[in-house]
Design a protein around this ligand. Structure first.
Ligand code: PXP
Length: 246
């Protein structure tokens, strides 16, 4: 039987990447977010990196002010980001690992290794009224540690599944199946994200515990050729078709 509809969070970071290639104000990630909202996105995600390589502080301020759907603020667990989050109060935060030299978020957060720091950090965000998700690999020990530290949600990193092929892809999909089931069994809301595209989304949508997908790079890439509305509609249809097969 089909389980609940999966929420689609659209990540607009790479609209800002294109803008920043020339400086200035065009294209505007906030305009893209408003289009995404209009054509069915359930939320918008933006990652304010330490180096501000795509999203800038003013983008986050405008997203908080202008969106009707919730903003999911992706952030590293730094003092600077905590101050910004506490001031702007996005609906939710997603704590991600951040390395200066990486092209994108390369792996999940080491919640076990960062336990001491993260405990108070998560508590402070929650006291500010911001729900907290941790972006982790589909690993039972990391999921359990996330629960113990008070996270409301986990987002399982789908990058290894998306990049794998053949037997390895089956293995990685099974890790997502087991990770999502374990998260559900300990009452953690569970999301998925990273690298999802038309080819890979359906199998993940069939995993009944996933409540939300956060998708950026592929949708913004598709928007160049078919437009953001068509890309979001097609992704939505594939998510719904996958979930109907659950
Ligand atoms: N979720 C998280 C936590 C991420 O860090 C990213 C990448 O910024 C995404 C989802 C979206 O990944 P992609 O842009 O590859 O769809």
């Amino acid at each position: 039987m089909a389980a609940n509809r999966i929420r689609l969070g659209v990540n607009v970071d790479h609209v800002a990447t294109v803008r920043n290639a020339r400086g200035g104000f065009y294209p505007d990630p906030v305009d893209a977010a408003l289009v995404a909202q209009k054509v069915g996105a359930d939320g918008i995600t933006a990652h304010l990196r330490e180096d501000r390589r795509h999203i800038k502080d003013s983008d986050v301020e405008r997203l908080v002010a202008e969106l009707d759907v919730p903003l999911n603020f992706e952030m590293a667990a730094t003092d600077e980001m905590l101050l910004i989050a506490a001031r702007l109060k996005p609906a939710s935060s997603c704590i991600v690992p951040e390395k200066r030299a990486e092209l994108t978020t390369e792996g999940g957060l080491d919640v076990i290794g960062g336990r001491k720091h993260l405990k108070g950090y998560i508590a402070t965000l929650k006291e500010a009224g911001i729900s907290v998700s941790l972006f982790i690999d589909p690993d039972e020990a990391q999921i359990q540690a996330s629960k113990e530290l008070g996270a409301d949600k986990v987002e399982l990193h789908t990058g290894a599944y998306v990049e794998a092929s053949g037997e390895e892809r089956v293995f990685e999909l099974n890790r997502l199946i087991e990770g999502a089931a374990y998260s559900g069994s300990i009452d953690l809301e569970v999301h998925a994200g990273h690298g999802l595209n038309y080819e890979t989304v359906s199998a993940v949508a069939q995993i009944p515990e996933f409540a939300e997908f956060n998708i950026g790079h592929f949708l913004i890439g598709e928007a160049i050729s078919v437009g953001l509305e068509e890309a979001i509609h097609k992704m939505r249809d594939l998510m719904d078709a996958g979930r109907a097969n659950t």
